[in-house]
Design a protein around this ligand. Structure first.
Ligand code: AMP
Length: 372
């Protein structure tokens, strides 16, 4: 599922670009079909929200037509405190014309009423309304709307010309506001040996989060010789990544086991772009999201040293063999490191210096966790 962040809020895709094009095309065909053969209508788009809809609609309208745009502006009259609405841009004589209004969305119908009011005095031949979206649950008027592209529930939408506080109009699809997330979900990121496991153990207590280490879950399964363990073993022993499908399903199961958690620290997941996308989509279905990727940054030389040191006591064969360690770095550099860009593009990346004492690093991480 596609997710986008605008200002402080998260939106998920509701109507795809392709579906929008089909809705608009159907509307244009219907409008044309209902007009007398040689009628030349004047389409009037109500700005700003309609600009994308109007331009696509007009391209799909097969016949002669005129096009104009107006803007409905609010004025606070100087003599009364009453709000006055006025259309800016209709200067031409509309006598005897068939005017077809193009609106992006009609909810309560207040704007629509203003439009009817204003065009009532213009001696039109006919006035018709085309609205791309309609919210039946909140519509309070009796006024006719001849053409509706799609009825939607009463949730805030953006994209395809519609904005949230000025932004989002350029999105080619329609996105719907998700309900407020309740969890704090953090991806603790970094190359092998960066100290993610150590820090996650400390931070999960401090922030009352559930720590999911995919490496630990695999090792638990290997130890218990489960089907998953047998499958994963050959990859892990070679320092390769376990296939995405297996890892993603396992991760989802771990999250679902803890449905009442305050949030999660994901350690060792995601490790590929498709895992990151799957995680976003999975959380979005729950109206949750990743609050941030917090990356421990440590130079590679130091990491190899740390892993070999850890290998003396960890009992992990992938910690003792330098060739396997190198392969893990290779996997990290070719498949995982790019996730920095993925989260950076969402405005969710936080780098933390991972060189220092455990306490120092916990403190640096905490400074970021507190903000998320
Ligand atoms: P770790 O304990 O995080 O270093 O993981 C140890 C090994 O488990 C990795 O080298 C991979 O073989 C496997 N593994 C852990 N997490 C993932 C993941 N997200 N995707 C694929 N393989 C993973």
């Amino acid at each position: 599922m596609k997710i986008t962040k605008i200002h402080d809020l998260y939106f998920k895709e509701l109507i795809s670009e392709k579906e929008l094009q089909e809705i608009v095309k159907t509307l244009a065909l219907q409008v044309k079909k209902d007009l007398p053969e040689n009628e030349v209508p004047l389409f009037i788009g109500i700005l700003n929200g309609c600009f994308m809809f109007a331009s696509d609609f007009i391209r799909q309208y097969k016949g002669d037509c005129e096009i104009s745009f107006v803007k409905l502006a609010s004025y606070n009259g100087t003599e009364s405190s009453e709000e006055v609405k006025k259309l800016i841009g209709v200067n031409e004589d509309l006598t005897g014309k068939t005017v077809i209004i193009l609106e992006d969305i009609i909810d309560t119908g207040t704007t629509l009423q203003e439009i009817y009011e204003i065009f009532r005095h213009k001696n039109l031949k006919e006035l018709k309304i085309v609205s791309l979206f309609f919210k039946p649950d909140v519509y309070r008027k009796e006024l006719p709307i001849e053409y509706i592209g799609k009825s939607i529930e009463d949730k805030f939408i953006v994209g395809y010309g519609l904005d949230y506080d000025g932004l989002g109009r350029n999105l080619p699809a329609i996105y719907q506001l998700t309900t407020q997330p309740k969890m704090k979900n953090i991806v603790l990121f970094g190359p092998p040996g960066a100290g993610k496991g150590t820090q996650a153990t400390l931070l999960k207590e401090k922030y009352n989060l559930v720590h999911i280490s995919t490496g630990d879950v695999f090792r638990y399964n290997i130890k218990n010789e489960t089907e998953l363990g047998v499958l994963a073993k050959k990859y892990i022993d070679a320092g390769d990544l376990v296939p995405d499908e297996v890892t993603i399903n396992m991760l989802k199961e771990e999250v679902n086991k803890n449905s009442d958690a305050n949030g999660f620290i994901f350690d060792g997941f995601p490790r590929t772009e498709s895992q990151a996308q799957a995680l976003d989509a999975f959380l979005a279905e729950k109206n949750e999201r990743i609050n941030g990727m917090v990356a421990l940054e440590v130079p590679e030389d130091l990491l190899v040293e740390r892993i070999l040191e850890r290998g003396k006591t960890s009992g992990r064969s992938d910690d003792t063999d330098e060739e396997k360690i190198r392969n893990r770095f290779n996997e990290y550099n070719t498949k995982t490191a790019i996730l920095k860009d993925f989260y950076q593009a969402q405005g969710n990346f936080y780098g933390v210096d991972g060189v220092g004492t455990i306490d120092e690093i916990t403190e640096r991480l905490s400074n970021v966790f507190d903000k998320l």
